[in-house]
Design a protein around this ligand. Structure first.
Ligand code: FAD
Length: 318
């Protein structure tokens, strides 16, 4: 089923879904199943699997020179999606990014997804590579998520890159896109960010998943601003637990989001690691309960390696 069909079928009830990362190269599906098995009791209608492009690393050679090597640390998104669908009979949503893909490679990836029976995609631009100051599209690839949404939409209409293909098979992808309650860090202001978000919806995206946020007021304002701008698709809040000291610095640096004083104080004041975990769980339970009360379509948890934490949160909320 499509993600949007799940929302419709829920008839206003708040669903719960999860996002997982492929394991580091050399890992196995067991890591994924160990994460998801305990969470399946919450009956997620869909599970997102992130996509990670290759990175450049610099290896020091005996001569003292550095060798630039491209490696992909977390391959396997599509394989994981099919395994998840097979094992749990839930829908899997692969993330697809512009970075590192030519349009032809994107088309071929979408054909694979279609043949595998995967008809949900979260369409993203991707970030700049480490050591590159800004996002650089692949030559012959897309510069913005909007362009990827347009390609998906065209395939849904049976249009392929090769104009000679007539009566091409129409795919039936349900397209999700990302939204940023605290603004995407590259956008000059909220209005500009909303302007381009609206273009993604007009191009065919059917729902939005938000970047994580730690104060619900950001989400509520974002939804209000979207509605005022004429964006009327479901907006799914993305939620992440903060349970470790280092996250107080790494999360704002990596995701360009703010943390409220009360959350930071709760983590800093906790006596030990267990206390920090408890504080993070309490915070996320409170956030989730309020969102559920306000009738959000779905609570979408970024699980990373926090399955136990997410289980405690979901148990308290659902
Ligand atoms: P876009 O929608 O293209 O926006 C990027 C920036 O450009 C914004 O500032 C926007 O305002 C601006 N903009 C958009 N269109 C135009 C235009 N036509 N002209 C000028 N400016 C424009 N990254 C991964 O690599 N893999 C993942 O699996 C992944 N999953 C994610 C899941 C979620 C829910 C979220 C919120 C993010 C995820 N990301 C992932 C990170 C994402 O790729 C980055 O945040 C990236 O920097 C922006 O992606 P986007 O799709 O929002 O880009």
């Amino acid at each position: 089923m499509k993600v949007t069909e799940h929302f419709k079928a829920a008839k206003g009830k708040t669903l719960v879904s999860f996002e997982i990362l492929p394991p580091l190269k050399g890992g196995s599906m067991k890591t994924i199943f160990d994460t998801l098995d305990p969470l399946m009791e919450f009956k997620p209608p869909f599970i997102d699997v992130t996509y990670h492009r290759e990175e450049y690393i610099y290896k020091k050679r005996p001569s003292g020179y550095y060798e630039k090597t491209a490696i992909r640390k977390r391959p396997g998104t599509v394989g994981i999606c099919t395994s998840i669908m097979h094992r749990y009979n839930v829908d899997a949503v692969p993330h697809l990014i512009c970075g590192g893909f030519t349009k032809e490679e994107t088309e071929n990836a979408l054909i694979d997804l279609n043949f595998l029976g995967i008809n949900n995609v979260l369409a993203l631009r991707g970030d700049a590579r480490k050591f590159e100051g800004k996002f650089i599209p692949e030559p012959g690839g897309h510069a913005f998520a909007l362009d990827l949404v347009q390609q998906l939409k065209e395939m849904n209409e049976g249009k392929y890159l090769d104009n000679n293909i007539v009566n091409g098979n129409k795919t039936d992808f349900c397209i999700g896109v990302a939204g940023y309650p605290e603004k995407h860090f590259e956008a000059p202001n909220h209005r500009s960010d909303l302007h381009f978000l609206k273009k993604k919806i007009e191009a065919g995206a059917e729902y939005i998943v938000t970047q994580m946020f730690f104060e619900n007021k950001h989400y509520f304002k974002f939804v209000d601003d979207c509605r005022a701008a004429g964006i009327d698709v479901p907006i799914v809040p993305g939620l992440k637990p903060i349970t470790k000291l280092y996250q107080l610095n790494s999360i704002p640096r990596l995701f360009h989001v703010n943390m409220p004083n009360d959350l930071v104080d709760a983590i800093l004041d906790a006596k030990d690691a267990a206390g920090r975990t408890e504080a993070g769980i309490e915070w996320l339970i409170a956030q989730s309960k309020e969102l559920k009360e306000k009738g959000v379509p779905c609570l979408h948890y970024y699980t990373m390696s926090d399955a136990e934490v997410i289980k405690k949160v979901a148990s308290a909320v659902l």
